[in-house]
Design a binder for this molecule. Structure first.
Ligand code: DX5
Ligand code: ZN
Length: 224
């Protein structure tokens, strides 16, 4: 039985009541808080930075999973580590030195993840599986919540799942496989079947009046 994680993206939360939204979604069963950082440079949108991460830290009794859609990566990654992030992922195209950025994140005591856009090739994984705690597969182009799931992401998940399983068989070390973008109640089972164990969902959760009902229904899909 896999240890599935559901990570609501606060991109779709009410920013005017962010602390309360974070508490409510954790009460409703969220395993992680997914924190989307967009810089209006690497992606065409602008969200929030380390100060907001620090502000929600006391409200978040679960890991804060920071998804950096920013370029450059390194200084802001350090700032998020200091602001209380637990997991920090970045996009390989946005880093000048991927291995260095991964080390920097881990040296701060955080877990490190690499994020793949829909058309980013998986060869970036070739020499760094042992440096990763998480692999994030984007199933939309990064920048906005509420987009439709790109089905090709399922093939990518299957490919990464076999690489992770081979790595785990060899080393005993696990790597989480996260999907991000367009995850809904009606596709989460197929996404899990393709190998994901960690599910980001923004609009599917925060777009509903009762977070507990939708998170419970998602878990139900994962055990069914
Ligand atoms: C997109 C972000 C996602 C997004 C997911 O760039 O990385 O985390 O918030 O939102 P939904 O679940 O609405 O697609
Ligand atoms: Zn994200």
């Amino acid at each position: 039985m896999k240890h599935y994680r559901i990570a609501p993206s606060i991109l779709s939360a009410d920013f005017a009541r962010l602390g309360e939204e974070v508490r409510q979604v954790i009460d409703a069963g969220a395993d992680w808080i997914h924190f989307d950082v967009m810089d209006n440079h690497y992606v065409p949108n602008l969200t929030v930075g380390p100060m907001v991460c620090e502000a929600i830290r006391p409200h978040a009794t679960v890991p804060i999973d920071v998804h950096l859609m920013v370029q450059p990566t390194d200084r802001i990654a350090s700032d998020f580590a200091k602001a209380g992030a637990n997991i920090i992922s970045f996009h390989p195209e946005a880093s000048d030195h991927i291995d260095r950025t991964l080390s920097l994140i881990r040296d701060h005591g955080c877990q490190a993840g690499l994020a793949f856009n829909p058309a980013t090739p998986l060869h970036y994984l070739d020499h760094l599986m042992d440096r990763l705690d998480l692999i994030l597969i984007m199933s939309v182009n990064p920048g906005f919540g509420g987009q439709s799931f790109i089905p090709e992401a399922l093939n990518k998940l299957r490919a990464v799942r076999s690489r992770i399983d081979a790595h785990t068989a060899k080393t005993g070390r696990e790597i989480r496989l996260q999907i991000d973008g367009g995850v809904k109640l009606d596709n989460i089972a197929a996404i899990a079947a393709a190998g994901a164990d960690t599910f980001v969902a923004g609009s599917a959760i925060f777009g509903q009046p009762d977070y507990r009902t939708v998170i419970a229904a998602m878990r139900q899909q994962l055990v069914a």
